[in-house]
Design a protein. Sequence first.
Length: 111
Amino acid sequence: MSDTNYITAIVKILESPKIKIIKDKISVTTFRAQLPQIRKTQVIEIVIWGNLANDMVKYYSKSDYILVEGYLSLSKFSQPNSNRKFLKRARFTVLKAYPFLFSLNHSNSRL
């Protein structure tokens, strides 16, 4: 069961993006990011494909804030050994990303 919406959001990168190459030519990067909210902060998985994935690894690091556009998928799944009936997972597939606020440990050479 999955719901998908197209959204724009500002997220904080929680871990440095790392690149993976799939089928010898497709770049993909995944990392956790934080959606700031008033009541409860949500952590989501960010997935970025292609050249944008290469740029993400090259220019962004942990604690940077980025403005992202893409598809947010909310999935429910059951886990046999869990006390809860259903667990929820949020995955954000990014189509566009823009710098919003860089962390203090950013060097000018990466910009």
